[in-house]
Every structure is written in C-alpha cells, then in structure tokens.
Design a binder for this molecule. Structure first.
Ligand SMILES: [Zn+2]
Length: 286
C-alpha cells in the first residue's frame, strides 16, 4: 500500500506526470473476438454426459473433453466457486490467471477465453454464456468472475490469523486433484494454481488499492457456461466463504453446493477449430 505521508516531496511537474493518459498494455485487436452464435446454436440437442455435485467447503474434479460444454450452476443459495483447469494429458499445462487478466481485464464474461500457462499459452476454454453479465461494474468498482484473486489458502490464513484450517479452496482442490490423478497429497498440491473466481464479486478500493469482496449477486439457477477448446480436467471448490460477503477461511459463513454439468453437442460449433500450440519457437535468442 502507498504511505499516507510520503517521504519524498512531489516534483514541480507532478500534476503533469500524473495526468498522462494510460494506454492499454495488451491491445487485443489482433485477437479475434469469437462469434458466440455458432456456440449457442450448438446447444440444440446437446446431451448431458456428466453431472458433478460439489459439496460446500469441498472440491471435485470433472472431465470436459475438447468440443464439449460445461456449466457451473448455483443451487440452493449464493455460493462462490474457485475454478482450476488442466490439460487432461499434461498437468503442467494449466490455467494462467495473470495472462488471462492482462488480455481480458480483471473480470471475465462471455466471449473471454481462459488461457494456459507458458510455454503453452493457448485457449483452454471459451466462456459462452454468463447469467451475471447484467452486473457490469458497480459503484465500488466491483464485478463478478475475477482473475485478480488467487484462492483462499491455509498458509495465508495461518500467516494472518494463526491456526490450522483445512477447507480453504487450496486444500479442497489439493484433495480433489490427489483423488482424480491418484497422486500423493503433496504432489497434488503443486498442481493447484490461481483460479477463476466464479460468481465472486470483487474489486480494488480506489483509495488504497486493496482487494475487496462483497456479497455475490448470484442466485440459484444462475450459471457460467464454458466451451472446452482442448481436453480438460476442471477442479471446482465451493469456497468456505459462501457468498463471500463477510468471511472466508473458516466454517462460519453459510455455504451451498455448486453443480457442474458437461454437455456433448450433436456436432461441433460451426467454424470452430481446435487451438494449435503457441507459435513461439522457444529458442529464447540462443
Ligand atoms: Zn475460497
């Protein structure tokens, strides 16, 4: 955080320096915004191939093959979910929250993609529908589905409050990965990464730039829908923060389950081509 009383005097041209107009770091003009109509058309006649109930304060993994859709739906009550994605055949290719944020902004919605980490950097999933797109940004600068948070974890909890809490999203996802991939717990932990905060309402305070959360506007029946661009395994944790209106990293908040459904369309969305490996040659100047 910036100091209340700076130790250094402002230069005489401080106002002019601060008045410089910002430029977008990563203009995405060269990144074609997908036409969602063929994806919406492909829902007609689709077949549900799996349904996974994620219990409160737990996580579950699910498989979403390339060309399938998956939906995360709020049931019973407002609930936030922490989503991880992995390439099904290679756990080292995983969702890259930071670069997705740099490309698409702090909060995702329909038409945005979830990108994989370096050295892969290709689309893992396309968001095809968002029941909360009406929310936009509120008067506090808050919005939903952020890629600015990380995931609640027992290490930060221990650092700030002490104690041992075992149902943070980090631990929930660790147990789910260990189960899905038959890995020892500590090996599974290294596969857990920064998340897409599904349904969570967050932002940064204007005054201090601190990360804030507020009660999620999600209601039962609302969903976030994705199209799997590659063979995926997803991990979803029903955060112990519930709707994240007050607390997380404890058992005190009211929590609800989430449901993940995977659908196989009758035929792929017209015009969809599976993403290729990134075009950089990895020679790094040598
Ligand atoms: Zn959490």
């Amino acid at each position: 955080m910036k100091p209340d009383t700076p130790l250094h005097n402002a230069p005489t041209d401080a106002a002019a320096r601060k008045a410089v107009t910002p430029v977008i770091c990563y203009p995405t003009d060269g990144l074609a915004r997908p036409d969602l109509a063929p994806f919406h058309a492909a829902r007609a006649g689709w077949r549900k191939v799996s349904e996974t109930l994620v219990p409160p304060r737990e996580a579950r993994c699910f498989d979403a093959p390339a060309g399938h859709f998956f939906r995360i739906t709020s049931v019973q009550g407002p609930q936030v979910g922490d989503l991880n994605l992995w390439a099904a055949q290679d756990l080292s290719e995983r969702f890259f929250s930071g670069k997705t944020r740099a490309l698409h902004g702090t909060h995702l919605s329909a038409g945005d993609r979830m990108w994989s980490c370096l050295p892969y950097l290709r689309p893992m999933a396309l968001i095809t529908d968002d029941c909360l797109d009406w929310y936009g940004f509120d008067a506090f600068g808050g919005s939903v589905h952020d890629v600015i948070g990380t995931r609640c974890d027992p290490y930060t909890h221990n650092l700030l409050a002490g104690g041992q809490y075992h149902h943070c999203c980090h631990s929930n996802l660790t147990r789910a990965v260990a189960d899905r991939f038959n890995l020892p717990l500590h090996a599974a932990e290294f596969a857990v990464h920064d998340v897409l905060n599904v349904f969570m309402c967050t932002g940064f305070t204007r005054e201090t730039g601190q990360y804030f959360m507020k009660a999620s506007p999600v209601r039962p029946g609302d969903y976030l829908e994705f199209f799997a661009e590659i063979d995926l395994v997803g991990g979803l944790s029903a955060c112990p923060g519930g709707d994240c209106s007050t607390l997380h990293s404890s058992d005190q908040a009211a929590c609800h389950p989430l449901v993940v459904e995977v659908f196989a369309p009758l035929s792929p969305p017209s015009g969809w081509v599976a993403p290729q490996a990134n075009g950089y040659d990895r020679s790094h100047g040598l």
